[in-house]
Design a binder for this molecule. Structure first.
Ligand code: DX5
Ligand code: ZN
Length: 228
């Protein structure tokens, strides 16, 4: 099977005054990648940071950690080149935010980044499907984007199952309210890239939480490959 279990802490819920050391700490605790939430106060009712911050983070953590940029912004076209120059590895934009996903996918690739495509809870997975063969990762939001610490929406799981059945080797990410209590649902449905904010960062022992999340997802992947 092409895809693997990967855990990406969302550093939104960390002490933002110490972002660099928090990123390093998460990698030391076994994170596979870092999920960085960019919000513009327009696409979502909250504001975080942009490419100047990403550039500083890249300098502070070095070349290795994989930066998955979750772009909760209204004009995702605008930040492709600046994010690439700042050291982003993957540019995950929202389908709802653009009228021309095909062109944006092309621009992201030309800028040398991987492509992620996200859908909000109100967007159907059928709307994402036409692009699935052109992207590296599909992100199924399991909360309304904008804030960490919200309740996991279990009713998003049929979207994940459907995507997994249609695109057996696609990376599928879930984001929002994912932690030890909800990981089994995500893993069974077929998600393999797991974003977790408050459940990892807010725990005294992030290493154990990351390891638990990865074990549950790896076991589900193994089971699925045996069932095939
Ligand atoms: C929400 C963000 C998430 C958020 C996840 O809009 O996209 O990445 O930080 O945090 P938790 O895991 O606390 O829901
Ligand atoms: Zn996110």
């Amino acid at each position: 099977m092409a895809y693997m279990a990967k855990i990406g802490p969302s550093i939104l819920s960390s002490n933002l005054a110490c972002l660099g050391s928090e990123c390093v700490r998460m990698m030391e605790c076994g994170a596979d990648y870092l999920h960085l939430d960019v919000m513009d106060g327009h696409f979502v009712p909250n504001l975080t940071f942009g490419h100047p911050m990403v550039e500083c983070l890249r300098k502070s953590v070095g070349p290795d950690p994989f930066f998955d940029m979750h772009m909760m912004v209204s004009r995702p076209e605008q930040w492709v080149k600046p994010m690439s120059a700042a050291g982003a590895n993957q540019y995950t934009f929202h389908l709802e935010a653009t009228t021309n996903p095909g062109n944006l996918i092309k621009e992201i690739r030309e800028a040398g980044m991987k492509v992620g495509l996200a859908i909000k809870p109100g967007t159907t997975v059928e709307e994402l499907a036409p692009w699935a063969n052109q992207i590296d990762m599909a992100l199924v939001m399991t909360v309304e984007p904008g804030f960490g610490g919200q309740k996991f929406m279990d009713d998003m799981m049929p979207k994940v199952s459907w995507l997994r059945s249609q695109f057996p080797s696609l990376d599928i990410e879930v984001d929002g309210g994912v932690g030890p209590d909800t990981i089994h649902r995500c893993a069974e449905a077929g998600a393999n890239m797991i974003v977790s904010g408050s459940a990892v960062i807010g725990n005294d022992d992030p290493r154990s939480v990351i390891s638990l999340l990865r074990t549950v997802v790896s076991e589900a992947i193994q089971k699925r490959s045996l069932d095939r």
